[in-house]
Design a protein around this ligand. Structure first.
Ligand code: 26Q
Length: 822
């Protein structure tokens, strides 16, 4: 009986309650009589954690025993959001918990919302990593994530007088989801120098000596799959002063400050997530973070491999490492260093192993986001790695020269070293040379990188090294968890929840598009979700919004290329138009709520200006008595994963309006469509494939095509720039101080009127406004709108990360699933 109890945890309401009470009274040392929501959250989390641990141990044992190839996903960001709801749904005990909590007088939703988001990421790239982990576990792949355990995640955003303020996100206090592994540590070296000598066998040896040592400590997070025992591991490294680093000599001599300073400098490495999204700034601490995490992860992976006692040549048969963008590129260099300097392999033998092991995913074409590190910085911090980079580059350039003799320009273009002042290491080039596959994240994006930034490499390696894996999202979090009502309705129609693990089954919904009762249910669910968001808006901003209005949403990081400025200019245009109308004309206006959310990188002035403008427009429009319900503008503070779970199910239309060719994929577009929202978008990133899947009659596309962007930019500079006439009216209103001091927004309007309109806001403004008129018109026809919504959801099967993971597994990793049995 004891075995059963401890191995099963709980499997019904009564057993859950028993566990909950046990944890509250003993683990938390609280009395049931003063158990608040926070204690109920902790008790529930601990009860579910016990469940996960059992499956987690089983999974790890089975994976070790079975000894087949594993995947390691290296990402500096994992934007996980909350874990409890996900754990409850994945082990299938949410109803037991709901009933048990109700018996104690709690609503499960209130308990779930006690949890602090795990926000170890900026945006799309970090959230993609989280969705991929969910699918890896659900599909039973033996896979580990490796990342950094930041003490501070992405900052919390507050809006004060219309301006963004950044508040530190300290999130680690009583986090039940992480397990410190104080026994799993790795010493990581920085600085120092390289000594070269001949050993007794006459072999040249490079020895990296006299550096500083920082300790990496492992913290493990269980990643449960949905409806499976497989519970994978996410290992996050935390930095700590190595015991040698705390200088007792200094301490005893009374030099406390300096003794503590060394320790603090070590702990700074994993202290904070860099809050830039799609922008790189060559800061030494960032490079330290990258090496610290790559070296610790590789040491761990190599240690695991060595236990199997296999020949080194088998390493790529046991290990696949995927690089989430170029941030972990040093892992390539570190593996080569381990193999040649420590394990004594020959260069060529080692390099074959390295390239077979790594795959690299590119997430951007924006030049300002391509990682470059100054050679001097690299030489100082990682002297041996720089030597290896130079050797990799030398052998690479020699091979290129053989194939393309006398093409010095080609050599300069593809070199890992950019010969500027100062010289720079181009991380993307290193990542391509050191990997067997390079992939983009949507078809257009993969084509663009082949045609532009990586064109020479396609010539050198042939097209086979480059491939596409279009992004997806996990339907567990983004449909079932975020929108339980819609998920239940779909399950009712399809006869069960199989669609959650085979999203293509959604296509069976098309048979019900004309089913009247079904359509009513569908519409009712959207209304209910809008009501929840309206309530959230009321609670957090104080504004009343009409839940029957068209909810128009743009939530994502604030960036010029994503063009929130186009959206807010469109809102101003709408406002001016309504102001100019007669009372009769106003009766025909479709009421709208324009909802914005997103963070600006703290140093990104233009993005902060856009936030300021949105908030100022909101405060003018929302209190204009002439406007009433016809238009409301809402900025939702501190947009994050858990807020996305409220917002996505409540949108009628969402905006994915990047300048064509700039958004690699976008993934929120998928979240909105999967939740029955329509989208307005440009022909960019995954919008194109969404259109292919759902049909062009079900999406509102507008704007310049990617192939025409360069030409237009050129013309802005070399022929007279003509501001769009309607946009000019908008600018005039801004300049007349209608939304506060015009000087605050001068840089924003000038970037368009005077500095070449790089993002083509003026070029696209007319078609944007016209397309929104079509949105209004379509929205008035409720039946037509509903049909589009249902049909689109039915056709979204392609965009599950389950499909994405199977593509990576087959075409890049060559790994097989491994089921975990009792
Ligand atoms: C690099 C160097 C130094 C500091 C920061 C960075 C850095 C950090 C984050 C560079 C880029 C990022 C994030 C990029 C990102 O989120 N890209 C998005 O990836 C999504 C998943 O593939 C795509 O859907 C989005 O289109 C893409 O913008």
């Amino acid at each position: 009986a004891w075995r059963k109890y401890s191995a099963a945890g709980f499997s019904n309401k009564e057993e859950f309650e028993k566990e909950l009470v046990r944890h509250i009274e003993t683990t938390l040392a609280r009395s049931l009589y003063n158990c608040d929501e926070s204690a109920a959250y902790s008790g529930t989390a601990l009860a579910f954690r016990d469940r996960l641990i059992i499956d987690w141990n089983k999974t790890q044992q089975r994976q070790t025993f079975n000894d087949q190839k594993r995947v390691y996903y290296l990402s500096l960001e994992f934007l996980m959001g909350r874990a409890l709801d996900n754990a409850m749904l994945n082990v299938g005990q949410k109803e037991a918990a709901r009933d048990g909590l109700r018996d104690l007088g709690f609503r499960i939703e209130d308990i779930i919302s006690q949890e602090h988001d795990a926000a170890l990421g900026n945006g799309g790239l970090g959230r993609l990593a989280a969705c991929l982990l969910d699918s890896l576990a659900t599909l039973n792949y033996p896979a580990w994530g490796y990342g950094l355990r930041y003490r501070y995640g992405i900052f919390k955003q507050e809006i004060v007088n219309g301006y963004q303020m950044e508040i530190p996100d300290y999130w680690l206090d009583n986090n039940p989801w992480e397990f410190p592994r104080h026994e799993i540590t790795v010493d990581i070296q920085f600085y120092g120098c390289v000594r070269k000598y001949q050993d007794e066998n006459g072999r040249i040896v490079h020895s990296w000596e006299d550096g500083e040592i920082v300790q990496a400590v492992a913290y493990d997070v269980p990643i449960p799959g949905y409806g499976t025992k497989t519970t994978n591991n996410l290992r996050l490294w935390s930095s700590k002063a190595s015991s040698g680093e705390f200088d007792f000599q200094k301490f005893n001599a009374g030099d406390y400050e300096s003794a503590v300073a060394d320790q603090q400098s070590a702990e700074t490495i994993s202290a904070v997530l860099y809050p830039n999204d799609n922008l790189e700034r060559g800061k030494e601490l960032r490079l330290k973070q990258q090496y610290f995490w790559c070296a610790a992860s590789l040491y761990d992976i190599v240690r695991r491999f060595k236990k199997t006692k296999r020949a080194w040549s088998e390493f790529p048969d046991q290990v696949a490492i995927q690089l989430n963008d170029t941030h972990p590129t040093l892992a390539i260099v570190e593996l080569q260093r381990i193999l040649i300097d420590i394990e004594g392999l020959e260069w060529d033998e080692a390099w074959v192993i390295v390239t077979k092991t790594f795959g690299y995913t590119n997430h951007t074409v924006l030049p300002e986001a391509l990682e470059k590190w100054s050679v001097l910085l690299m030489q100082n911090l990682l002297p041996r790695h720089l030597q290896i980079i130079y050797d990799v580059n030398l052998f690479f350039l020699q091979s290129v020269e053989k194939r393309f003799p006398n093409d010095r320009n080609m050599l300069a273009r593809v070199s890992v070293i950019e010969e500027t002042h100062p010289k720079m290491v181009r991380m993307a080039h290193l990542a391509i040379i050191g990997s067997h596959k390079v992939n983009g994240v949507a078809e257009l994006h993969s084509d663009l990188i082949k045609a532009t930034i990586f064109k020479d490499f396609v010539e050198i390696y042939g097209p086979d090294r480059f491939t596409n894996v279009t992004n997806g999202i996990t339907p567990r979090r983004w449909l079932h968890q975020a929108n339980p009502k819609l998920s239940a309705l779909i399950a009712e129609k399809l006869g069960g929840y199989e669609f959650l693990t085979d999203l293509t089954l959604l296509d069976k919904l098309e048979a019900f598009v004309d089913d009247k009762a079904f359509r009513e249910d569908w519409a009712r669910i959207k209304s209910a979700n809008k009501l929840l968001l309206a309530r959230y808006i009321k609670d957090t901003t104080g504004f009343d919004v009409n839940p029957n209005a068209l909810f128009d949403v743009q939530v994502k990081r604030i960036h010029e290329y994503k063009r929130q400025q186009l959206n807010i200019f469109g809102v101003i245009h709408r406002y001016l138009s309504i102001k100019a109308m007669s009372a009769d004309e106003r009766k025909k206006v479709v009421p709208r709520v324009s909802i914005f959310g997103g963070k600006a990188a703290p140093g990104y002035w233009m993005a902060k200006t856009v936030i300021h403008l949105i908030n100022n427009v909101a405060s003018v429009v929302n209190k204009d008595p002439e406007i009433g319900d016809l238009l409301k503008v809402i900025f939702i503070e501190d947009y994050n994963v858990s807020k996305a779970e409220i917002i996505c199910p409540a949108s009628d239309i969402s905006e994915h309006i990047s300048t064509a060719g700039t958004e690699a994929s976008g993934t929120s577009n998928m979240k909105f469509v999967l939740n029955g929202g329509l989208i307005i978008g440009t022909c960019d990133g995954a919008n194109i494939e969404i259109t292919r899947e759902i049909g062009e009659q079900n999406i509102f596309l507008f704007g310049t095509l990617a192939e025409d962007v360069e030409d237009l930019r050129h013309r802005h500079f070399y022929s007279d720039f003509q501001l769009d006439a309607q946009l000019e009216r908008v600018f005039n209103a801004i300049k007349e101080d209608m939304f506060g001091d015009a000087a605050d927004f001068a840089a924003l309007t000038a970037s368009i009127e005077e500095h070449g309109d790089y993002y083509l806001v003026s070029d696209d403004f007319n078609s944007y406004v016209t397309t929104h008129e079509m949105v209004d018109e379509t929205f008035q026809n409720k039946e037509k709108w509903l049909a589009k919504s249902i049909t689109s959801v039915a056709r979204m099967g392609f965009f599950s990360t389950d499909r994405v993971i199977n593509e990576y597994a087959d075409s890049i990793w060559n790994v097989e699933p491994l089921e975990v049995k009792d």
